[in-house]
Design a protein around this ligand. Structure first.
Ligand SMILES: [Zn+2]
Length: 259
């Protein structure tokens, strides 16, 4: 097992529903590892022009082709620099590209393997899947630094099957998305959903368990390490159950004792 002696937790202030102090306390208490909160990653490590350029280059415009570096426009680079301005458009990035760019921004002395960086961001990292030849948005991209995307938590796990059926039917009749959302309210997460504060705990633990054991995901729906593919499962696992299964409790004991 990989030992972690320190966790740096990077805040995403544009999602105030996530109470970063509560998350830090939860992780510190659960893992018995010191957690230090930092401001937004892109503020803490001042971005220079090259990094903004690299970030803009890692955007994805065609989800059906594997990654090709994109030649960014001036506007795209400026948009990366304007970190305080949140955009309503969802921008897709190649998850591994973005991870490398963020890793390159961290100074050498903080890249020891026992120092873990957990970045919360609205940026949506995607990975290309050769099973169906397309990119998929990811809520969490493991490794170190690990990236949890608040956009990914909302967009990556699927909404209920009936939602998509209704959506298709209503499209044909002229759609009112608000009515549809009202009908399914509570069954999937929306932007600025208060439940994000609890739901992010499971993703944070998954990222940390990955770094420590390389085997973070659990097939039990009751375990908060369960990697939910459906919004309803995600909500159930994290807000109704909210615990580790017996097997992962044992692994947690090993982690706490640094064995
Ligand atoms: Zn488990």
């Amino acid at each position: 097992m990989q030992k972690i002696s320190k966790i740096f937790l990077y805040d995403e202030p544009s999602v105030p529903e996530i109470k970063i102090e509560q998350l830090a306390t939860f992780l510190g208490d659960t893992l018995q590892i010191p957690v230090e909160i930092r401001e937004n990653f892109f503020k803490h490590f001042t971005l220079d022009k090259t990094i903004s350029h690299k970030l803009a280059s890692s955007r994805i415009y065609n989800i059906y082709t594997p990654f090709e570096s994109h030649q960014p426009t001036k506007e795209e680079i400026q948009a990366e620099e304007a970190i305080d301005k949140s955009s309503d458009n969802i921008i897709l990035y190649d998850g591994f590209e973005i991870q490398n760019i963020l890793r390159d921004s961290i100074p050498e002395r903080e890249l020891e393997r026992d120092i873990f960086h957990l970045i919360i961001t609205t940026k949506l990292g995607c990975t290309y899947d050769y099973d169906d030849y397309r990119y998929h948005g990811r809520a969490v991209i493991c490794s170190n630094p690990a990236i949890i995307s608040t956009t990914g938590i909302i967009e990556a796990p699927a909404k209920p099957r009936e939602y998509y059926l209704f959506l298709q039917q209503k499209m044909a009749l002229g759609l009112n998305l608000d009515v549809l959302k009202e009908q399914f309210r509570g069954r999937f997460l929306e932007y600025h959903d208060k439940r994000l504060n609890i739901i992010i705990r499971g993703y944070a633990l998954q990222a940390i368990f990955y770094h420590i054991t390389l085997d973070p995901f659990c097939h039990f729906k009751e375990c908060i390490l369960h990697n939910a593919h459906w919004q309803e499962d995600l909500i159930y696992t994290q807000t109704k159950s909210g615990k580790l299964c017996d097997q992962h409790k044992k692994i947690l004991e090993l982690i706490k004792n640094h064995e």
